[in-house]
Write a protein that binds this ligand. Sequence first.
Ligand SMILES: [Zn+2]
Length: 227
Amino acid sequence: MWNGKMKAVTLSYDDGVTQDIRLIELLDRYGLRATFNLNPDRQRAQDIFSKPPITVRHLTMEELPGVYAQHEVAGHTCSHLHLEQADEATVREEIARCRDTLAQRFGREITGMAYPYGTYTDRVVEIAREEGMRYARTCIQTETFAVPTDLMRLPTTCRHANPRLLELARAFVDSEPETPQLFFLWGHSYEFDQFETWPLIEEFCRIVSGREDIFYGTNSEVLLDRP
Ligand SMILES: [Zn+2]
């Protein structure tokens, strides 16, 4: 229940890439918590792109448990497909096998997911719910701190690439709300290499961390156990 606090911060990062290792080091240093959305069929040693000095590759299935030991993992489908274009059997298989593969790999229950590309239909939402997903993240940025009501069409506050990121972070820290407020950040950690924005995410961490009045939790901790 956010330990009785009115504000919470959570992060959601997609695709299970090697840059997550550096991101997690940063989050752990500042006491922030995150959920990482993984694609079991793509978690093998294969570059997504390589443009020296930047290489982006997925973490392998063997690497996953060590990297994400202290954070939540969630589904992102097995193959990162456009769910809104797939037939129902494929949607169900992609969500269910992803859940089962990650559950087995981590020895944990998988209760959430992020829609690849942020796209879905009402039927996709229904199937995700039937397959045990209790929340499912979109790519919508509200630029607000409203606690989401529709957890299966979960909006975010913003991406880290949003030009208002630090302004929103400062406004959140300064606020003294009487009702629960959530800062929900999402992105891809390889963008920090790609666009040289590691200092930006560190500045975000510095601004929002270490506050007595803020609860720091994974997606499921802030969404499923809230005031
Ligand atoms: Zn993705």
